[in-house]
Design a protein around this ligand. Structure first.
Ligand code: NAD
Ligand code: DAU
Length: 350
């Protein structure tokens, strides 16, 4: 079936991988990448597909109701993969209202545009890309499943939980065809260097301190971003209407252990003596309300849709390091805005 597919947030980290996969895999789809190009959005991420005949970029804010309604009508949009969001937990602690606006209101505006323009048609699909952080924080054991009750604890995760609830409410109330996925931490190329892995690579490269929050004992479950994009493809095409799917890497790491692996890879790549980069590790004041552990049980998507992660973590980390080291121009461009200002105020050394 041909589609007029709206992908929101396609200039960001995960979105750009999703846009690339869909543009290359589905030449019959008309793919509209709608993005406001905030600090996190960068069209350089999509240079290789920007001239494809099935691709078009639309600069637009998802909270702009009039423009969003027009985009749906003018382009006959019949499917949405919604990724646009404010995505960084630390920024949500500094500016919660910006997250409420984009993540909650923006999602509501998109849902409403779909509801109005699709009316009773049953072949539309609104796919919301969400996070495992809606489930809260785990102790030493256990996993998040699709049935785990929501317990968001940061302004970011509360805004994503709210948007998930809105998606479910539109399905229940208006019978809007929807699907949701909740994914763990992604890593790979084109991630803004405010998130743990690209920030550490960037700082090691420039011999700057590596800020480890608290004791560095928090645990995250890491997934190669291209595996997430593949999961989104599978769920978009084969997920069941009204259902949610957990996506994860079966790959838990304590932050401090992960940072040591990165330091080792960077020592090799930069020709430094072993142990040199690890000397940059600096313990800083913990993130407020820092969730201890996330771990996804991704057995449903594996069992029902045949998806599983493809890449071993160390191989993925090496590929990620190599991408950042050979794309310094990309980093210079993306960090040329408010980045320096943001980082000057952030850390208190313990
Ligand atoms: P990102 O911050 O790299 O990209 C977000 C994109 O959304 C940017 O291109 C930005 O310009 C755009 N955007 C922001 N506000 C907008 C607005 N008001 N209107 C239009 N566009 C706007 O984020 P990411 O890490 O790629 O995450 C993408 C989605 O996946 C988010 O919804 C996030 O919650 C979710 N998610 C992320 C992860 C992760 O590990 N990064 C894991 C699970 C789920
Ligand atoms: O779990 C999915 C979520 O993963 C996504 O929904 C979010 O969009 C994404 O940002 C990510 O959230 P985290 O808060 O887990 O990612 P972050 O890279 O910010 O932090 C990972 C861990 O590393 C976390 O325990 C905090 C810690 N950390 C982070 C930074 C930036 C540090 O110790 N030092 C740092 O400088």
């Amino acid at each position: 079936m041909s589609r007029n597919l709206l992908i929101t947030g396609g200039a960001g980290f995960i979105g750009s991988h999703v846009v690339r996969l869909f543009v290359n895999t589905y030449p019959d789809y008309r793919i509209f990448n709608l993005d406001a190009l905030t600090y996190a959005g960068n069209l350089e991420n999509l240079r290789d597909v920007e001239d494809a005949p099935n691709y078009r970029f639309i600069k637009c804010d998802i909270t702009d109701e009039v423009s969003i309604n027009r985009v749906f009508v003018e382009n006959g949009i019949d499917a949405v993969i919604h990724l646009a969001a404010e995505s960084h937990v630390d920024r949500s602690i500094m500016d919660p209202l910006g997250f409420v606006k984009t993540n909650i209101l923006g999602t509501a505006v998109l849902l409403n545009a779909a509801r109005i323009s699709w009316k009773d048609r049953k072949d539309g699909l609104f796919y919301h890309v969400s996070t495992d952080e809606v489930f809260g924080s785990l102790g030493e054991t256990g996993f998040f499943t699709e049935d785990t009750p929501y317990d968001p604890r940061s302004p970011y995760s509360a805004s994503k939980a709210s948007s998930d609830h809105l998606v479910k409410a539109y399905h229940h109330t208006y019978k809007l065809p929807v699907v949701i996925s909740n994914c763990s931490n992604n890593y790979g190329s084109h991630q803004f260097p405010e998130k743990l892995i690209p920030l550490m690579i960037h700082n090691i490269r420039h011999s700057k301190p590596l800020p480890v929050y608290g004791e560095g004992l928090n645990v995250r479950d890491w997934l190669w971003v291209e595996d997430h994009a593949r999961a989104i493809d599978v769920i978009f095409h084969h997920g069941e209407n009204g259902e949610t799917y957990n996506v994860g890497g079966f790959n838990e790491w304590k932050n401090i252990d992960l940072i040591h692996v990165l330091c080792r890879i960077m020592d090799q790549r930069l020709g430094r003596p072993e142990g040199e980069s690890a000397k940059l590790i600096t313990y800083v004041k913990d993130r407020a309300g820092h969730d201890l552990r996330y771990a996804i049980d991704a057995s449903r998507i594996e069992r029902e849709l045949g998806w599983k992660p493809s890449l071993q973590f160390e191989e993925g980390l090496e590929k990620t390091v190599d991408w950042y080291l050979s794309n310094e121009e990309w980093i210079a461009h993306i960090t040329s805005g408010s980045y320096q200002e943001y980082y000057q105020h952030q850390y208190v050394t313990r």
